[in-house]
Write a protein of this length. Structure first.
Length: 176
């Protein structure tokens, strides 16, 4: 978004106001998606659909090039909202498959892979942008990554609490 606003003939205050508008929509979208996910007890689609919305927004943003600033800001708002509102349902998923120590280890593994992805993704986007001279290739890379992640989310089978408890350690009986 910063690179997009750098090309626009705007005073700095107006540019920062436009930049911050994307975060005005995020809390509302996060609450709505998390509330619906909790009400329906469905996690996979509530994770995959925001990813697909974010991927389409990034792809449209990359394809349209330098056009209307209003449309670009709207697409950025959709992309950021799609990225952020999947967090609640996503972090509820490990408990559908794992319980006890396995859930803690699974969440730690997910977090470790996510941190590694944060480094590799930023490095890849920087490399693509440097080689192409534009950030549009990086947006396409992000969009493809979002689509791949959404596909993996939809490929997960629905777990049950009974399956999660099957792998949970047995409690130690108190002999006092």
């Amino acid at each position: 978004m910063i690179a997009l606003l750098a090309d626009a003939p705007l005073p700095p205050l107006r540019g920062s106001q436009l930049f911050s508008t994307q975060f005005d929509f995020v809390p509302v979208a996060m609450i709505l998606v998390a509330h619906r996910s909790d009400r329906t007890l469905e996690r996979r689609y509530h994770t995959a659909v925001p990813l697909i919305i974010g991927a389409m927004s990034l792809a449209l943003l990359a394809m349209r090039g330098n056009g209307s600033l209003l449309i670009s800001v709207a697409l950025w708002c959709l992309a950021v909202s799609g990225t952020c509102c999947l967090w609640g349902p996503f972090w509820s998923l490990p408990n559908e498959f794992l319980a006890g120590y396995s859930a803690a280890a699974g969440i730690a593994l997910i977090n470790s892979i996510g941190n590694l992805g944060g480094f590799v993704g930023a490095y890849t986007i920087g490399t693509i942008s440097k080689r192409t001279g534009s950030f549009h290739g990086g947006l396409v890379f992000l969009g493809i990554s979002f689509f791949a992640t959404a596909t993996l989310m939809l490929a997960l089978r629905k777990g049950t609490a009974q399956e999660a408890m099957r792998f949970a350690p047995m409690p130690i009986a108190n002999t006092d």
